[in-house]
Design a protein. Structure first.
Lengths: 878, 467
């Protein structure tokens, strides 16, 4: 006997103890698929026979069953399940998760059960109990159907149990193996002319097809490249050529050239054909009229075929490895690929709020607004003026029969192909064109994106990125980020990227140096990277620029109104300038330079996201410089000058006891005054070097041209994240813009260095020494390719080598003193480097999602993740 | 860091006995945080100067001493502490001039009690609080004070002056008294301590300040700053100084960040605001209240006393504020139904949150002005569209009223973190449009003493859900 199971079902093994349920389960199912009540008893009390915890054990059984079903995994309940009360909650759970409940009944004679019970070593039940279980089971057998079991198999002999086989069958809606390409077509409603025109525009050609049957014609549309059409239902009612439309679609489906899901109109029509009592409204009269006008001979046979076709339609389809879902009225994530009456209802009607609008129509609940699933859902049902993307779903019912258009979505191309209605075939009850009156100019998705959900960012989270599969964001870090994001960050619609942290090179052991270029070269060399790019590191503040050609492009692409043509923000997502006028002036100069250098055309874009350094340092860090850097400079200089002059007075005194022995147990020892003076003079020199170091990065900004913007990564433009380009491409492309306005835009100097060529490296070291001796911050060394995988996974996207003098403002004015330097050398880069990689992966992912036009929540998740990781405690000097 | 002490009473070199350090030697001592040198740049019959020069190890104060694990007391390498008079100097005085600080002089007991013409010079003294504060600290103690301020950076004159002064203090006094003054007042001026301030610090303060602190006009400020604004310690110390019983009030909290508070203190506006919000809640008969931006829980404390309110949720974006609120409200001391009545949650009013739904009323006191104007849309949708409480009671400053505060420059906001402040018209326009958009009605209530022309200092909108 072969037992057929839907691949996703909740299987109840029903039978008294000793009927062989567990043995059967172990033979046919994975151990992990079986949820045994005995096991759960044991899990709770260490004793599988402890009947006193039955209540808790079944709570656990139900809990595991729910979790498995929610995740789309089959579950087998191994318990006696002989009582209706025991089965009822399980059937309810199956319904809740829209899976099919299956009953496998083990109906063996009492004698066999009793014998097996006697043979058990560890547990013998009373014969009475087994008898009782068996009679309870037998009494409920004929009601199983009523209880809601759709698949019931009765195994009533040991032989049947031994020889039974199980076949798991995919659900009808599971057509994941079909990879497309598809042409998905919205509600036709009998618009036969428009349908033919659309099919023809899509490249479908009529070919002869002889197996159609009576009344179905002898032609079928097929695509020469094998594309598959997908009809979203509501083929009938309202329009002028209802049966023709049905013929076209049915023939395509029968011949394997199309798939079709049912619409609510199609099902109502079917019920009418089946002779059920339905109201002849909403255009059904048109369908019935066409039926009535059919010529007498063949009429009955045609009607039979039509009913078969409509009856056979599957509520929705899951296609392309689960990446695409089609249904008439949409399909929420928890119902996709599942089968139940509620799933079918949802596919046909969607959900309503229970209210009616001013036209007396039910108010539809906008399930797409809450949709967060990974699969793209294409649906129709509610006419809209234009196809509307929202959260990876799209409604392509553009109301052809109401005088709108018949729309097809080409998948995976995501292109729309439309045919305008020849005329208004039917007056809509509600004018569907007035649908979008609010906030003109923003798309539905953009309006939706004004509201982000706390549950999408708070708590412990896992983010999957292309570069690193599973990045964990700890709850504490998310908590910290929520505060920063809420109090200080710019509108998330602007915030499409945050830059990763950057680790320094390994600590150098070279005399007098903490960081030195050779360490960076050796890091990349050992990682297996032959070529690196050394870029001059400007000492200003990191700035991300998002800029559009003008305010209109910003509104269109970013959904932001009235906040300028772009923005400059910091590495923590704050607006860079308090002075918005200055910001917009600077952006205007940048846009001018992009205009005149032909940037927009060359990159085929009207916006760009650029990673920059903005100078001077003092423009952003003025308060910090005053309160910390300059203060320490002032204090240290005054203190050391006073100390030296006081020491010198002592030195000049007569009659000092130059040599003396400190008394034993004294807390003090003799000190050498000359040595002390020399030490303090050295300290004074270091402090002076320190003040010169920070002073280089400060100058007053009175005019816009006192600002210098140095772009170094062209992160993204329309349709592209430029992480696939090498750094020389980035620098030369941006260099072209810089040349157009050298007063404000600063080119970044760079060297390409071969890590296997010592001359090339020495040359770069000399370059670095020259840069840093002039007061430069240092350089950033990057692998030639933006994204590089090394010997052991991804390598650091960049490593900084900071200059000896610059590091005084990091490690303190006197860090170069040998006794300090020696201790400072012990520093761990591990955490910093691991963070850098994760943040880099998140940053690139954020851009890629934005460029793919994913909902804002998906982009925000990544930048929020970067901000959260930045709250991880790391040595701030690295 | 350099501190010199000069005696000009002949024989001036008696200073050596007092400090228990030989004027003819240059000596070094090891301290926890570095080295201290003691030497005498001058040691004549007429004038004798003892110099205490600290060589603070800048790496150790961040990383901890070599050979120890764990960090040092400070986080920054770029730090003024190695160069200025700070609590490090107080510790050094206690350790190297310990007997002098205690008024002992074993070799010449008579000297310890002798008032001498003493001059102390601190090469670099941070005066957080300004030159006047410096005078107000030392002049009541009878010092002749000279202070020279240092510029931040000669190359950038427009950066202005630093907080550092070279300070000379002269007075005929005992060495003990002078050292005790410095020991207490240096960290007060720096407004910082490099070590943890606990109960023992109260004893420390009382032992050094017993003679003079009780009568000092800035007594309270000195005590608070010395004890790093740990108010429970400060109250304890003040009570003992003035021999009063300490009041049993709130637990510790952080230092209030001033501006908003001091400005508005004059009218105790905060109290009036709380009262008005409470009145609006009572009028509504709300049984469940969500306080958005509850901060340290001032309103929540009032709500807890309202029998009619059975469900209270305080939400804030700052975890730190919630911790303080938890402590101040004594939530750990509540049990059973009383504890279940109130919940504090961390959240943001810019993210839709299912935990905000289902309340009779929501209060939003002095919150929206901390949002950047472009983010208001998100706030409106989170509260008015998604959470949809029965009532929303919202307060925000009336910008017009700022003219009533003479020390607030025109056009400036009441608090540095305010992103905007609205006039009555601006607020009412926004409130009306928002109410219309989301199906609420709104009426406006002035809060605080009204000025005929400028209106009340705070404006309140009461929104009622129309559906």
């Amino acid at each position: 006997m072969e037992i057929k199971l839907p691949e996703l079902s909740l299987v109840l093994l029903i039978g008294p103890s000793g009927a062989g349920k567990s043995t059967f389960a172990n033979k046919h199912f994975l151990p992990t698929e079986i949820i045994s009540s005995d096991f759960c008893r044991g899990a709770l009390t260490d004793d599988e026979n402890d009947q006193s915890v039955s209540k808790e054990a079944f709570e656990l059984v139900h809990f595991i069953a729910r979790k498995r079903l929610a995740l789309g995994k089959l579950a087998v309940i191994d318990a006696t399940n002989v009582q209706r009360e025991a089965r009822a909650p399980l059937v309810a759970i199956a319904r809740e998760y829209h899976v099919i409940p299956v009953a496998l009944v083990f109906d063996l004679p009492d004698r066999i059960c009793q014998e097996r019970n006697q043979q058990r070593e560890n547990r013998k039940l009373s014969p009475n109990l087994i008898r009782q279980q068996r009679s309870e089971m037998r009494r409920s057998l004929k009601w199983l159907d009523k209880e809601g079991f759709r698949h019931i198999a009765i195994l009533d002999s040991p032989e049947k149990i031994d020889t039974a086989t199980i076949r798991r069958e995919p659900l009808w809606n599971n057509r994941k193996e079909l990879r497309g390409p598809f042409d998905i077509i919205g509600d036709v409603h009998g618009c036969g002319d428009e349908l033919e025109a659309l099919l023809s525009d899509l490249g479908y050609r009529k070919v002869s097809w002889m197996t159609g049957g009576s009344g179905w014609g002898d032609e079928v549309y097929r695509h020469p490249e094998g594309r598959l059409a997908v009809f979203l239902g509501d083929m009938v009612d309202r329009g002028p050529r209802i049966l023709d439309s049905l013929r076209i679609i049915r023939n395509m489906v029968q011949s394997g050239n199309a798939l079709c899901v049912p619409g609510n109109h199609d099902m109502k029509f079917l019920r009418k054909l089946q002779g059920k009592n339905v109201q002849i409204t909403h255009g059904l009269e048109k369908s019935m009229a066409e039926m009535a006008a059919l010529p007498e001979p063949g009429n009955t046979e045609f009607k039979k075929g039509l009913m078969e076709f409509l009856h056979g339609l599957v509520s929705h389809y899951v296609l392309d490895q689960g990446r695409l879902v089609v249904a008439h009225a949409g399909m929420k994530q928890t119902m996709q690929g599942r089968g139940s009456a509620r799933v079918r209802d949802f596919a046909l009607y969607g959900e309503t709020t229970g209210e009616t609008d001013e036209f007396g129509l039910p108010v539809r609940h906008n399930w797409a607004a809450d949709y967060k699933g990974p699969a793209m859902v294409v649906y129709g049902h509610t006419p809209v003026p234009e196809p509307v993307w929202l959260n990876h779903t799209v409604n392509i019912d553009t109301g052809c029969v109401f005088g709108g258009q018949l729309t097809a979505l080409r998948y995976p191309e995501k292109e729309f192909v439309q045919v305008a209605a020849q005329r208004t075939w039917c007056e809509p009850v509600k004018p569907f064109r007035a649908n979008q009156a609010q906030a003109p100019g923003l798309t539905v998705q953009q309006q939706h994106d004004d509201l982000l959900d706390a549950e999408d960012v708070m708590g412990k989270r896992f983010i999957t990125t292309r570069l690193q599969p599973n990045i964990t964001i700890r709850a504490e870090n998310a908590t910290a980020a929520l505060e920063t994001m809420s109090r200080f960050a710019i509108d998330p619609k602007w915030l499409i990227y945050l830059c990763p942290t950057m680790s320094p090179c390994e600590t150098s052991t070279k005399d007098g140096y903490l960081e030195y270029p050779s360490e960076a070269f050796s890091y990349y060399r050992s990682a297996g990277v032959p070529t690196v790019v050394c870029e001059e590191k400007h000492m200003g503040s990191r700035a991300v620029v998002v800029v559009g050609k003008n305010e209109d492009t910003v509104q269109r692409r970013f959904g932001i109104q009235g906040d300028g043509a772009g923005i400059i923000y910091t590495r923590t997502g704050r607006r860079f300038f308090d002075n918005k006028k200055l910001e917009q002036e600077l952006l205007a100069r940048l846009v001018q330079a992009m205009d005149s250098s032909g940037f927009w055309k060359a990159l085929q874009t009207d916006w760009a996201c650029i990673d920059c350094e903005l100078m001077p340092w003092s423009v952003k860090a003025q308060e910090l410089i005053r309160a910390q850097y300059a203060s320490v400079g002032a204090a240290s200089q005054a203190a050391l000058e006073a100390s030296i002059s006081t020491l010198k007075k002592m030195q000049c005194r007569e009659g000092l006891e130059r040599e003396y022995q400190a008394p034993p147990n004294s807390s003090t020892k003799p000190a050498d005054i000359e040595e002390l003076i020399s030490t303090f003079e050295k300290r004074r020199d270091m402090v002076q070097a320190y003040t010169s170091a920070y002073a280089q990065y400060c100058w007053p900004v009175t005019d816009i041209e006192d600002l210098k913007l140095a772009p170094f990564h062209l992160l993204a433009t329309e349709g592209k994240v430029h992480a696939d380009k090498d750094h020389v491409w980035h620098l030369t492309t941006l260099g072209g813009i810089c040349e157009a306005d050298p007063d404000i835009l600063q080119v970044t100097a760079y060297r390409v260095v071969e890590t296997m060529d010592s001359e090339s490296q020495e040359d770069a070291v000399r370059w670095w020494l020259a840069l840093t001796e002039k007061g430069g911050e240092g350089m950033v060394v990057k692998p030639f390719q933006f994204i590089t995988r090394g010997r052991r996974g991804p390598v650091q996207p960049a490593v900084k080598v900071r200059g000896r003098e610059y590091l005084r403002i990091i490690y303190g004015p006197e860090y170069t003193a040998p006794q300090h330097l020696q201790r400072l050398r012990s520093r761990g880069l591990g955490v910093k480097r691991s963070l850098a990689l994760r943040e880099f992966a998140l940053g690139v992912e954020a851009l890629e999602r934005f460029v793919r036009k994913e909902p804002l929540r998906r982009v925000h998740e990544c930048v929020f993740g970067v901000l959260a990781l930045e709250s991880e405690p790391v040595d701030p000097r690295l | 860091m350099l501190f010199t002490l000069t005696n000009t009473a002949a024989p001036a070199t008696d200073l050596g006995y007092l400090l228990h350090k030989n004027p003819n030697r240059c000596q070094v001592a090891d301290l926890n945080f570095g080295k201290a040198y003691i030497f005498y740049p001058e040691a004549s019959e007429k004038s004798c100067t003892a110099a205490l020069l600290l060589d603070i190890d800048p790496v150790a104060i961040v990383r901890g001493k070599p050979g120890t694990t764990g960090g040092g007391p400070l986080a920054q390498y770029v730090n003024d502490k190695p160069y200025v008079a700070s609590s490090f100097l107080s510790v050094a005085i206690a350790s190297l001039y310990g007997s002098a600080l205690q008024g002992k002089c074993p070799q010449r007991p008579d000297l310890a009690a002798t008032r001498l013409p003493l001059t102390a010079e601190l090469a670099v003294l941070p005066c957080r609080g300004g030159r006047n504060f410096l005078s107000e600290l030392f002049e009541p103690l009878g010092y002749d004070l000279q202070a020279t301020r240092h510029a931040l950076d000669q190359r950038f004159p427009n950066w202005g002056d630093s907080v550092y002064y070279t300070v000379t203090l002269s007075k005929r006094t005992t060495v003990q008294e002078l050292l005790a003054h410095l020991y207490v007042l240096i960290p007060v001026l720096d407004n910082d301590k490099h070590y943890y301030v606990g109960e023992s610090e109260v004893e420390n303060l009382l032992s050094k300040g017993a003679q003079w602190l009780a009568g000092h006009p800035l007594r309270d400020t000195i005590v608070k700053r010395y004890l790093k604004f740990r108010f429970s310690l400060a109250r304890q110390a003040l009570a003992r100084l003035t021999e009063e019983e300490p009041e049993d009030t709130d637990a510790d909290s952080c230092q209030p960040d001033g501006q908003e508070l001091t400005l508005e203190e004059t009218v105790s506006l905060n109290e009036e605001r709380l009262g008005a919000v409470l009145a609006a809640l009572r009028e509504s008969g709300a049984g469940s209240v969500l306080d958005i931006g509850c901060g340290e829980g001032k309103l929540l404390r009032l709500l807890l006393k309202e029998k009619a309110i059975t469900g209270i949720v305080g939400m804030d974006v700052s975890v730190r504020s919630l911790e303080i609120a938890h402590q101040k409200l004594g939530l750990d001391r509540l049990a059973g139904p009383a504890r279940e009545r109130i919940r504090l949650i961390h959240g943001s009013l810019l993210y839709r949150d299912s935990r905000f739904s289902g309340f009779d009323a929501a209060t939003v006191m002095e919150v929206i002005e901390h949002l950047d104007p472009p983010r208001l849309t998100a706030f409106e949708r989170v509260l008015f569209e998604a959470a949809r409480p029965g009532r929303i009671i919202l307060t925000t400053p009336n910008h017009e009223y700022n003219a009533m505060w003479p020390n607030l420059p025109a056009g400036r906001f009441r608090h540095p973190d305010h992103r905007f402040e609205w006039t009555r018209r601006e607020f009412q326009e926004w409130a009306q449009a928002t109410a219309d958009r989301y199906g609420y009605s709104v009426r406006f209530v002035p809060v605080g003493r009204e000025d005929e022309i400028l209106g009340a200092p705070t404006q309140m909108g009461v929104f009622i859900n129309g559906n």
